[in-house]
Design a protein around this ligand. Structure first.
Ligand code: XMP
Length: 333
């Protein structure tokens, strides 16, 4: 539509005026905000933008490849993919406390990102080196960090969303989504040609599967969880509610699978199994401060359960989380 096209033109011009011929670095996570910021900045300055995508090994199934296909394959943006899975898993070995895990993931993330940024700052594609750090900060983030009074909620879980990085790196800050609400960011993303599924994704926490594997994180657990979760999400996307015509993915605010590192007994053919358990979690919420568990259709739960147990060897039991927030939280850690 025209309004959006004008908005893009205006935003593009503003970015060009701001950065001139200097180079920009952006941390791409695959989430909505950083993706839309990347697409917009790329539209404005093309190859002056380099995205850094840190794969911590705790992403969903094929997520890294999908991000690369989209940004490199389709948009032809410059993206450096850092495969840091071994480093993250190494530091997480033996750690089971949720806050300790979050801190490690957050710290490593900053470390890896800074190391990549430092290379771009000192060399740069064009001898000059990068001068800007772009972030997908949106208006609600601005309010949240500006006015402590705006949210009386205490911090229950430390988020590792990075602050203070531009100063540490000596870079100027570029935040082209600063004035936009989430809905506007999504519309902008679609107008910039990002796929609907990417732009209307459920939120995914920075620590990723690190907080969806209870206790110690192991690669074996992450691999099982990724496959189980992909089945759950696929079925949510393909099962439509006949009344609204919407998919259950769109009817829920956030849905995912949690890995429980306990084994229970099952039976398969003539044999006994002794395998892991997963929990399905799906919630409806308007602000993520409170949330209700979603009343998913039994037929959907049944199909997801039987597919996971049949297709993911190593998991023989699927449960559904019927806890609301409060007193439970949305994530299990
Ligand atoms: P909880 O579990 O606190 O989650 O009810 C509320 C919302 O926040 C997300 N979440 C996180 N996001 N880093 C993030 O970027 C984190 O460490 C983190 N912990 C929780 C969660 O997915 C939900 O949307």
């Amino acid at each position: 539509d025209w309004v959006m096209r004008d908005h893009i033109e205006e935003a593009v011009q503003k970015i060009r005026d701001q950065v001139g011929d200097e180079e920009v670095i952006l941390g791409l996570s695959g989430g909505v905000d950083s993706s839309v910021a990347a697409a917009l900045i790329h539209r404005a300055i093309g190859d002056q933008l380099t995205c850094v995508f840190v794969d911590h090994g705790l992403l969903r199934l094929n997520e890294g490849d999908m991000v690369m296909d989209m940004f490199v394959g389709k948009l032809h943006a410059k993206v450096i993919r850092v495969d840091a899975a071994d480093q993250f898993l190494g530091h997480l070995a033996g750690v089971s406390d949720p806050e300790a895990k979050r801190k490690i993931i957050g710290r490593e993330f900053v470390e890896v990102f800074k190391a990549e940024a430092a290379k771009l700052i000192s060399s740069g594609a064009s001898t000059k080196g990068a001068k800007w750090l772009a972030q997908g900060t949106i208006y609600p983030d601005v309010i949240e960090s500006g006015g402590a009074k705006s949210k009386k909620a205490v911090t229950i879980k430390s988020h590792h969303n990075v602050g203070g990085l531009p100063e540490q790196l000596g870079l100027k800050l570029l935040e082209p989504l600063r004035d936009l609400f989430k809905d506007e960011v999504r519309e902008l993303g679609v107008a910039l040609g990002l796929p609907h599924d990417m732009v209307y994704r459920h939120p995914f926490p920075g620590p990723g599967l690190g907080v969806r594997i209870l206790g110690e994180v192991k690669k074996e657990y992450a691999d099982l969880l990724r496959r189980a979760d992909a089945i759950f999400i696929e079925e949510l996307r393909s099962t439509l509610d006949p009344i609204s015509g919407k998919s259950w993915y769109d009817l829920t605010s956030q849905a995912f699978t949690v890995f429980l590192p306990v084994k229970s007994v099952g039976v398969m053919g003539d044999g006994r199994t002794y395998d892991y358990v997963v929990a399905l979690r799906a919630v409806q919420t308007s602000d993520f401060m409170t949330a209700d568990w979603a009343e998913l259709p039994y037929a959907l739960l049944k199909k997801v359960s039987s597919r996971i147990i049949n297709e993911v060897r190593g998991i023989n039991r699927v449960t559904y989380d019927v806890s609301s927030k409060p007193p439970a939280t949305i994530e299990w850690e």
